[in-house]
Every structure is written in structure tokens, then in C-alpha cells.
Design a protein around this ligand. Structure first.
Ligand code: MN
Length: 234
């Protein structure tokens, strides 16, 4: 497989600092393996930025499966709080995809940073948001149309850094020629619905990345926006 990827992170229009982190920072093309990841940190003062950066660095440095990488990110964030109690309460999402030279995709995540597959002109969300509103929708207790206005829409139910024992969600699939994968923080998906995201799935990865960032900012830019696009060619 030939993978072509691009990523970007933007502070948005209302925050003063960017607590998102992503990897790799350099856009490129290669035959794989390729690992990409998005993290969205939270915590007081600088703690959110520390959490997302530490999780990404640990996950990228780890060898092994996507789940093992996410667990490594969690361990390092927990250890960082033990080493520096002023960071207590920090946490982060982490969504990571590992693309094999053979076309196998290994995806793992905690939190509400999403991964999508764009295949045959159709956008499919591959991850499940670990949020209160997503759980209420899954249980049939909340109308999907009411999610955006829900007062607790930002409440995350599973996050990196909250303890050593954590459940990581995992998805495995096979890439096809022409697939496009999208990883993003909620600064994108809280501003744009899936149809609006699908409308920006044109052009090279770098063009799609910046079109999405711009669209999220035009829609309000209320949060940090991080986007990674990976194209697959056989
Ligand atoms: Mn966010």
C-alpha cells in the first residue's frame, strides 16, 4: 500500500492556547507501516497541553499494537501526575491508527477524538465517542438532533490519565485502494456535522486538512481543531 498523509492543528477562534496534539508533524508519502494519532488534552493551567503531548509521545515511541500504544500513553500520563502533583486532574483523549504495509489498519482510542473512513463517497465513523451524550443516544434516551445543544455535551466518560486500569476500544479493518481515513479532535466534529465534513473530502490530503480546519473556524471555531487525513493507494 502507498499511504499519503497530512495533519494540522489550529487553536480555533475562541481559545487562547491549543491543548490538542498530533503526530506525525511532517506530511509525507510511504509504503507503511504508518502510525498517526490525535490527542485532546484537558486540565487546569498547562496540564491539558502536557497530557496530550505526553500521551502522543509515549504512544508513538511504543512498539506494538494500537491498543498497546494507547495503554503506553495512559501509563505515561499517570506517571507524569505522580512525578508532578501540580498536574493532578489532567487527562487527554487519544485516538491512534496504525497502517501496515499489507493494508491492515489497527485502530485504538479513548475519549471523543474520532476516526472516520471515507470510502466510495460515504463517510463512516469508526470510533464510538466516550461521552455522556453518545451513551444516552445509544440507549435511546437522547435524540441525536439534540446532542449539540445538550448542556453536558462535553462530558467525557473515559479519558487517559484517570488511572492505570483503563478499557481501550479497538477496531481492525483492511484498507482498500482509494480509501481515505480521517482522525480529528472534537473541535472539528462539534462545529461540523458528518455531511459538512464529507463535503470537504476533496483534493490532496493537505488540501482536505486545511479545508476542514477553515470550515470549523468559519462555523465558530469554539475549540482547538486537529485533523489528520491518510489516503490509501494500492
Ligand atoms: Mn476539544
Amino acid at each position: 500500500m502507498i499511504y499519503s498523509w497530512a495533519g494540522a492543528s489550529h487553536v480555533g477562534r475562541s481559545r487562547t492556547n491549543n491543548e490538542d496534539a498530533f503526530a506525525p508533524h511532517a506530511d509525507g508519502t510511504g509504503s507503511g507501516p504508518l502510525v498517526v494519532a490525535v490527542a485532546d488534552g484537558m486540565g487546569g493551567h498547562i496540564a491539558g497541553e502536557v497530557a496530550s503531548r505526553v500521551a502522543i509521545e509515549a504512544a508513538m515511541a511504543e512498539a506494538g499494537s494500537a491498543t498497546e500504544r494507547v495503554l503506553a500513553g495512559n501509563s505515561r500520563v499517570v506517571e507524569a501526575v505522580v512525578a508532578d502533583p501540580s498536574l493532578a486532574g489532567m487527562g487527554t483523549t487519544l485516538t491512534l491508527a496504525s497502517f501496515g504495509a499489507d493494508g491492515a489498519v489497527d485502530l485504538a482510542h479513548i475519549g471523543d477524538s474520532r476516526a472516520y473512513l471515507w470510502r466510495d463517497g460515504k463517510l463512516t465513523q469508526l470510533t464510538k465517542d466516550h461521552t455522556l451524550v453518545a451513551e444516552l443516544v445509544a440507549e435511546g434516551r437522547l435524540d441525536p438532533a439534540e446532542v449539540r445543544a445538550h448542556p453536558q455535551r462535553n462530558l467525557i466518560t473515559r479519558v487517559i490519565g484517570m488511572g492505570k486500569a483503563i478499557d481501550v476500544d479497538h477496531v481492525g479493518l483492511e484498507t482498500l485502494d482509494g480509501d481515505r481515513y480521517l482522525l480529528c479532535s472534537d473541535g472539528l466534529t462539534s462545529m461540523l456535522d458528518d455531511d459538512e465534513i464529507a463535503a470537504k473530502m476533496t483534493g490532496e490530503p493537505v488540501e482536505a486538512v486545511w479545508a476542514l480546519v477553515e470550515a470549523a473556524n468559519n462555523a465558530g471555531g469554539e475549540d482547538n481543531i486537529t485533523v489528520i487525513v491518510v489516503d490509501v493507494a494500492a
